[in-house]
Each structure stands twice: as structure tokens, then as C-alpha cells.
Design a protein around this ligand. Structure first.
Ligand code: SAM
Ligand code: SF4
Length: 355
């Protein structure tokens, strides 16, 4: 049986199907956005992400092939998804990435006349050489991680990254005409003295900067709640540094979890804050996630998942795939329940899911 809001497109007249946003969870949140991890491998070892020393990369045979990715994405498009984000691990490590983008960026969606919008989150380390190809293939936006502007600190945080190369990647993306956003995970005692410099770096390049609250993945084992910087603390820091109050912007237009603020009287000086813990946004969640091995996760905060890869490799029909997606979504909870300091939380790691 199809649960609640999910609609079987095979039984839905084409006319009405196009007018429906067919995927919704039991809390009437529509799913229009799919985040898909292209690989669990990464060229960095960020201390806050690659936390689980027991983490092992999955054998290549377990990772979704391009054909499997295409089939999954097609199925989601048929059910109302209009936006796809590639993530990882590090998505730029996936060989022939531009070929995959070319195939997916042309995919029709239920929005009349509109094809799938493909975007990507990356550490930008390899972007200097790839930005033009990625843009030409059909990616319109990239989010680049940037946690510090100090080379030695960058080294310590990422273990193998090089800040100048990342900045070159960001600048190449801008030059290639990509819309670029910067993501900074806010960490007390690590980069909380750099929030203003990071904002100035972004504003100089007319980029959107979003601070992300640290989340306790991998069972919270290596997570220190004292290291988390709350949304209010981030705003307070930026306000104190520039001596100007921050005023809230209309964040609905941004279609995501970030809430935006700008300096009073200076609307171009804007920051976004993604605060899953201190200012929760689960009531507006519009997304689901697919891991590199093809597991469909309705929520980042729980380990609950369905292997779409196993279904496909077992010969499942499109109808069975749609049914599995609907059933998984019916189990989506109202909000995450991240727990800290080793008391629980999802066992899965951020590097395997892509944030
Ligand atoms: N490698 C790419 C990158 O770094 O942008 C994509 C994958 S990464 C897992 C996606 C995002 O998750 C990055 O912005 C990263 O900073 C963020 N992230 C990783 N671990 C996190 C955590 N424990 N809490 C909050 N954000 C985290
Ligand atoms: Fe790799 Fe991104 Fe995780 Fe850093 S945050 S280890 S770049 S996946």
C-alpha cells in the first residue's frame, strides 16, 4: 500500500500528475530536493567530519554506478524532485563527473518545461581545473567548504588540504559563471576568531557565506558539545566585530535550512546560519539523502535507510522502486534527535552521507 501522501504515478493521470508535488512525508513536508553522495572517498580528512577512525571506504563494487544513479534520479524526478545536489565524500573525485552531470541536467521534472537543477557541494581542492567543465556540463551552483583563511590552520583541520589551491578553486568557479556559496562549520577554539574575516572574504567576492552548527555524527563519540557555536553566538560575534546590528532577511526565498541575516542598512553584507540544534528547522525539511552505496536516508539524524541499490540489483521494477521510496518516506520522523557525548545519535558518519 502507498502510505499517506505518496501517489502512484502509474495510476495518476498525466494531466494531474504534473500539477502534483507527489512526494510528501506524514508531516505534509514535500520532498523536492535530493542529495546524492557520489563517493565515500575524500582527499581531505577534516577533523570534524572524518571522525570515525574505524570508518572504512566501501569496496568499489558497492558504490552506485552511473546507470544506477541515473535510474534513481529519474525515479525521484518522476515523483516530484526538482533539485539534485552531488556531495560525498568529495564528489570531484568521481571519474567522468561531467558525463554524469550532462546526463542528469537534461532530465525532465514535474515542473512544466523545467529540467532538473543540478548543484554540488565540494571542498574545491580540485575545482580550479574542473570548474569550467562542470559548468559547461550543466551544474549551476557549487557550495564550497571554507572553514579558515589561515594556511597552517587549514592544514591542521583538513590534514591534507592546501588553502591557496582551494581559494583558486573557488575563484575558478566564479570565473566559470557558477553561483558559489561558502560553507563554514563553526567550531569553538578552532575558527571562532575568524568569522568576521570569513564574512569579509565572501563579501569581497559577492558570495553568500553560511555558518553551519557542528552536528554529532558517528554516534557522537568524538563530538564535544562545548565546541559547538550556537546560531546566537555566531550573530553576536559578527555584530560585535562590525559594530552593526544584524537584521533577519526573508529566508523562505532561499529554499533551504539556512536563515539569513544582513547588517542593518547594508543588505549586500549578508550571512546565513544553518543551525540544526540551537534553532531547529526540521519543520521545513524538503529533502532526502542517498549514500554512495545507494541507501535512501529520510533523515540525516537517524540510521534508518533502505537500500535502493540492492533492490535494483535484485531486478526490481520501477513500480517497486517507487513503492520503496514512498514507504521509506512514510517513516520519516518529525525532527532529528541528535544526541551528544557518546549517548547515541546516528552511527553513520558525515563522510559517508555528504551532510
Ligand atoms: N567534501 C565536500 C565538502 O567538504 O564540502 C562535500 C561533503 S561534506 C561531508 C558536506 C558538508 O558537510 C561540508 O560543508 C562539511 O563542512 C559539512 N560537515 C561535515 N561534517 C560535519 C559535522 N559533523 N557537522 C556539521 N557539518 C559537517
Ligand atoms: Fe572530506 Fe568534505 Fe568531510 Fe572534509 S568535510 S573530510 S572535505 S567529505
Amino acid at each position: 500500500m502507498f502510505p499517506l501522501k505518496a501517489v502512484n504515478l502509474l495510476e495518476t493521470p498525466a494531466k494531474t500528475a504534473s500539477a502534483l508535488r507527489v512526494l510528501a512525508d506524514p508531516f505534509d513536508r514535500h520532498v523536492s530536493y535530493l542529495r546524492l553522495s557520489l563517493t565515500d572517498r575524500c582527499n581531505f580528512r577534516c577533523t570534524y567530519c572524518f571522525t570515525d577512525t574505524a570508518f572504512r571506504f566501501r569496496p568499489r563494487a558497492e558504490i552506485l554506478t552511473f546507470e544506477e544513479i541515473e535510474r534513481i534520479v529519474q525515479t525521484f524526478c518522476d515523483m516530484g524532485v526538482v533539485r539534485l545536489r552531488f556531495t560525498g565524500g568529495e564528489p570531484t573525485l568521481r571519474r567522468d563527473l561531467h558525463r554524469l552531470i550532462e546526463r542528469l541536467a537534461k532530465m525532465p521534472t514535474l515542473e512544466e518545461g523545467k529540467s532538473l537543477k543540478v548543484v554540488m557541494t565540494t571542498n574545491a581542492f580540485l575545482l580550479a581545473d574542473m570548474a569550467a567543465d562542470v559548468a559547461a556540463a550543466g551544474v549551476g551552483e557549487v557550495n564550497s567548504s571554507l572553514d579558515t583563511l589561515q594556511e597552517d590552520r587549514f592544514q591542521a583541520l583538513t590534514k591534507s588540504g592546501k588553502l591557496s589551491q582551494v581559494i583558486a578553486g573557488i575563484d575558478a568557479a566564479i570565473a566559470a559563471g557558477l553561483k558559489v556559496k561558502l560553507n563554514t562549520v563553526a567550531l569553538k577554539g578552532v575558527n571562532d576568531d575568524e568569522f568576521a574575516s570569513l564574512a569579509l572574504f565572501a563579501w569581497d567576492r559577492k558570495l553568500n557565506l553560511r555558518f553551519i552548527e557542528h552536528m554529532p555524527m558517528s554516534g557522537g563519540e568524538y563530538y564535544k558539545d562545548q565546541q559547538r557555536v550556537s546560531a546566537a553566538e555566531i550573530r553576536q560575534q559578527i555584530t560585535a566585530y562590525f559594530g552593526l546590528p544584524l537584521v533577519p532577511r526573508d529566508s523562505k526565498a532561499a529554499h533551504g535550512p539556512a536563515r539569513y541575516w544582513s547588517q542593518e542598512g547594508k543588505s549586500h553584507r549578508q550571512i546565513g546560519i544553518i543551525s540544526p540544534i540551537s534553532e531547529n528547522f526540521c519543520d521545513t525539511c524538503n529533502r532526502v539523502r542517498i549514500s554512495a552505496t545507494g541507501d535512501l536516508h529520510p533523515c540525516l539524524g537517524y540510521d534508518q535507510a533502505t537500500s535502493l541499490r540492492d533492490l535494483m540489483r535484485g531486478g526490481a521494477s520501477n513500480e517497486t522502486l517507487r513503492r520503496a521510496i514512498s514507504t521509506t518516506l512514510a517513516g520519516k520522523k518529525a525532527r532529528h534527535d541528535f544526541q551528544v557525548n557518546g549517548q547515541g545519535g546516528p552511527r553513520k558518519s558525515m563522510i559517508s552521507m555528504g551532510g
